[in-house]
Design a protein around this ligand. Structure first.
Ligand code: LMR
Length: 416
């Protein structure tokens, strides 16, 4: 290994694949380059899309000219925002037990979804000391990093059945049943599983909840795509709400991100919610107080601007309705691009089956392309996707889907 002239004991770590790929794409001068790497929404012109409703909220915020807009918030974050974020996630409005439900949830603001996952991992590592965390195989690569940094041993449960390109429900259940121990954390993707785009159906979610309850496992939901996946914030929160409402004796937590559903990627808007098993504001407040201790020692409090935007939208019925329309625009464009790519591969009679592209859900398709094929797509066609074969479908457009299908056809047909 290269000797490094420093007092530090450091060796190189592999660069983050998603952001390294994004950097390589940015400097590629090829006119037909296509980015299917990082999970960000793009328009049919391949451009970022500040949501129209977000732009409206920004204009209103400028008009408001709030003198306090650059001031510190409380350590737990912007308190009204936290109530709004919690209500969006758990959706208990109008239920007779609304106040009790709210008393079960300790919420703090985080530095987006990554920050929520990290804070949650650190909090559980300190205060629950799980023997293991169980991650799906595969999962978002950053889950490994986050739990490694929190010092919790990682194990994986089967999730993807390569031969059928489907969700391996039996594999997941059998492994957790036989190998997970009481107190282990099970990381679950609330919807639009990253990277496979395969989610359990409702019946399977019910069985997963039963298993967690029976084996006393701790469900940790990562919710990064609420509303973005199906277009409906209710549908995409189904699993979280089912666990919360139907298993009140089971504690759980949720890492909530607003990066994708509000298109606020660089603003780092998120929240962490810990759900206790009884409606006790005093227990809830102790949980918040301990989370604040970690927050204060690390970043003092979450950033303010993005939260103000979300708050502006979700406190206005009119803007909320517009946001729902924007979610429809994003989710339906992605669905139509899945269909376009699939149709073109069928038309080209590309060897293999491609139905999975239209069956998967959310931002990504787990294409089934091999690392060699992925490399050839980049080398020969300047098409960028992760070496696992994960493609961010939002990088496809009316202009480039035929080019991408043709390139896939080439690398598959020639058995690259
Ligand atoms: C992705 O998976 O591409 C996105 O969630 C961006 C990220 O932070 O990795």
């Amino acid at each position: 290994m290269t000797k490094i002239d420093t007092r530090l004991n450091v060796a190189p770590v592999p660069p983050d694949e998603i952001f390294a790929l994004n950097g390589a794409y940015a400097v590629d001068p090829h006119p037909q380059k296509v980015s299917l790497g990082v999970g960000v929404y793009r328009t049919d012109d391949g451009k970022p899309w500040p949501l129209p409703v977000v732009e409206k909220a920004e204009q209103q915020l400028v008009k408001d000219n709030d003198l306090f807009r650059h001031e510190y918030t409380a350590i737990e974050g912007d308190v009204p925002f936290l109530g709004i974020a919690r209500d969006l996630m758990f959706g208990f409005e109008g239920k007779p037990s609304e106040e009790d439900a709210k008393a079960r949830i300790a919420s703090v603001q985080t530095v987006a979804g990554t920050g929520a996952n990290h804070l949650g991992a650190l909090f559980l590592a300190h205060h629950m000391k799980p023997t293991n965390v169980w991650l799906s195989n595969p999962s978002w690569a950053n889950h490994q990093t986050i739990w490694e940094l929190a010092g919790v041993p990682r194990k994986t449960y089967p999730y993807y059945h390569a031969a059928t390109r489907s969700f391996d429900f039996d594999g997941m259940m059998d492994t957790l049943e036989s190998d997970a121990q009481e107190g282990d954390v099970v990381l679950l993707h609330a919807c639009a599983h990253n990277p496979t785009g395969l989610d359990p159906n409702k019946e399977q979610w019910v069985a997963i909840a039963d298993l967690c309850e029976r084996k006393k496992l701790f469900p940790f939901f990562d919710s990064a795509y609420q509303g973005f996946a199906s277009g409906s914030v209710v549908e995409d929160a189904w699993a979280v709400r089912y666990f919360f409402n139907n298993k009140p004796d089971m504690e759980m937590c949720v890492a909530q991100s607003f990066s994708k559903n509000f298109g606020l990627y660089g603003q780092r808007v998120g929240a962490f919610h810990y759900c206790t098993n009884r409606a006790s504001t005093s227990i809830r407040d102790i949980v918040v107080n301990n989370l604040c201790h970690l927050i204060r020692g690390e970043f003092s409090m979450g950033p303010r601007v993005g939260c103000s935007i979300v708050k502006k939208v979700l406190t206005s019925d009119e803007l909320t309705a517009e946001w729902h329309q924007d979610l429809q625009v994003m989710s339906s464009r992605i669905k139509s691009m899945r269909q376009a790519l699939y149709n073109e591969l069928v038309r080209l009679q590309t060897p293999g089956t491609w139905e999975h592209i239209i069956q998967q859900n959310g931002m990504f398709s787990y294409t089934g392309l091999t690392p060699k094929q992925v490399y050839a797509l980049k080398d020969k066609y300047h098409i960028y996707l992760l070496k696992s074969g994960r493609a961010s479908i939002s990088g496809l457009s009316q202009k480039n889907f035929a080019y991408v299908a043709q390139a896939i056809d080439d690398v598959v047909r020639n058995e690259i």
